[in-house]
Design a protein around this ligand. Structure first.
Ligand SMILES: [Zn+2]
Length: 431
């Protein structure tokens, strides 16, 4: 098979309209991005234009839609837009938004899919991240269940059940390729029931719903006069939603997924299971990106001090990066007018990289309930100060590993010069 390249778009494209849940008018603009950027939202209406990567670690809400966010920069209902991105097999893209929610448009993925088709999906080099599975596994979340099996491509088999005369039991199986998605799933619209309108409105949702944005059903049939595009449009839309939610893995999927009664919370649980159990190849550097690191380390802001792992050699050696910026919270007080990184935090960052090396010994096992404790530090030396703008490269070697305890030797470098070194002992304990 010829090697596949990462894809972005050749030129920008814009769609505009009203958000389904927030009711806010928003423009979404797709912009070309260089290889390796990934899919990144940018809220251009907020100060500093904060960026939110379309990644699982950023998921904030899964009720009736999937929302991602960082701080005040929340983006609601990303699934239809992301389904179009994933269906076109686009790996690198910036999405500028002038508001909190991409427009719902006609309730389907089609307007986004068409806009991206016109923007000219194009190869940008580099190797795309691909998630494949080696052995079947299942995921259950509430009423939703999924069976994941190895496959060469991405196939979705979906079944839904609704006690409604137009739905009942619907099932379908779809090949998720740009052509397959365009023909079978892109035009399927979202749907809702008149009976739940009041309840959803009370929760502050569906403020932007209107006759043109969804199929609305009452007890007997269609309440808002739209004509179905397929008799089984409902299950097709649920399949499209899964494609969008799985885009948050940041990888192309190679698996056959059989979904029963899928929901957004179920799809996100499925995406996490795929990210953990699946085999990730490509994506170039990093060997482990920040979302993978956050799978292994319990540390969070302001105490997650590893940005990426760039090399893992067996279970013997690991190389990780910490980018030090003036925005580090500790620079506010250490010291005003003379910012230098506290030495103990350099050692903490080194220890976190070491924790990743130790955790690699549990690869393939569930590490959710495991945490690394450091037991001793020896021969700690600080060679030179670390200041804003420095990138520290930590290199650690496993000296000894017995049972759950290990001894590692590490050093941190800035521009090839040693800034700190230490020997450390650590153990893995159950939380
Ligand atoms: Zn949807």
């Amino acid at each position: 098979m010829p090697p596949i390249a990462r894809r972005s778009i050749a030129r920008k494209a814009t769609v505009a309209g009203t958000g389904l849940h927030t009711g806010a008018t928003t423009e979404a603009t797709f912009l070309p991005a260089p290889a390796g950027r990934g899919i990144v939202f940018r809220r251009t209406d907020l100060a500093g234009k904060p960026e939110v990567p379309a990644r699982l670690t950023e998921v904030e809400a899964v009720e009736r839609r999937t929302a991602v966010g960082r701080g005040d920069a929340t983006i609601h209902t990303v699934e239809h837009l992301l389904a179009a991105v994933a269906a076109h097999e686009i790996d690198d893209l910036t999405i500028d938004l002038t508001g909190p929610e991409p427009p719902i448009l006609d309730g389907s993925v089609q307007p986004y899919f068409e806009a991206l088709a016109k923007a000219g999906p194009t190869e940008v080099g580099g190797e795309p991240a691909v998630l494949s599975v080696q052995a079947p596994f299942t995921v259950t979340e509430g009423e939703s269940s999924y069976v994941v099996a190895p496959a060469k491509g991405f196939r979705l088999t979906v079944a839904i059940e609704w006690p409604h005369p137009l739905i009942g039991h619907q099932a379908g199986s779809y090949e998720v390729t740009p052509e397959g998605f365009a023909a079978e799933l892109a035009r399927a619209r979202t749907f809702g029931f008149t009976s739940e309108v009041a309840q959803l409105q009370a929760k502050g949702l569906i403020k932007g719903a209107s006759a043109a944005t969804a199929i609305v059903l009452d007890e007997r049939g269609i309440a808002n006069g739209v004509t179905l595009r397929w008799a089984d449009e409902f299950v097709r839309h649920k399949a499209a939603d899964i494609v969008g939610d799985l885009a948050l893995t940041g990888a192309r999927i190679r698996a056959h997924i059989v979904a029963t009664r899928p929901s957004h919370s179920g799809n996100i649980a499925l995406a996490w299971a795929l990210a953990r159990a699946g085999k990730r190849t490509g994506g170039g550097e990093p060997a482990m990106d920040i979302s993978r690191i956050m799978d292994y380390l319990p540390h969070r802001y302001p105490f997650l001090l590893v940005d990426r792992i760039i090399e893992v050699e067996g279970r013997q050696r690991i190389v990780g990066i910490k980018n030090v910026t003036i925005n580090e919270p500790f620079f506010q007080g250490h010291f005003p007018g003379h910012p230098i990184m506290p030495g103990v935090l350099i050692i903490e960052a080194m220890a976190q990289v070491g924790g990743m090396l130790l955790m690699s010994h549990f690869e393939g096992q569930n590490v959710d309930d495991k945490v690394v404790y450091f037991m001793s530090l020896d021969n700690v030396k600080f060679r030179r100060p670390v200041v804003p703008g420095d990138q520290i490269r930590f290199e650690l070697d496993m000296v000894q590993f017995r049972g759950k305890t290990c001894r590692m030797k590490g050093a941190g470098y800035v521009d090839g010069q040693v800034v700190a070194e230490a020997e450390m002992m650590a153990m893995v304990v159950d939380r």
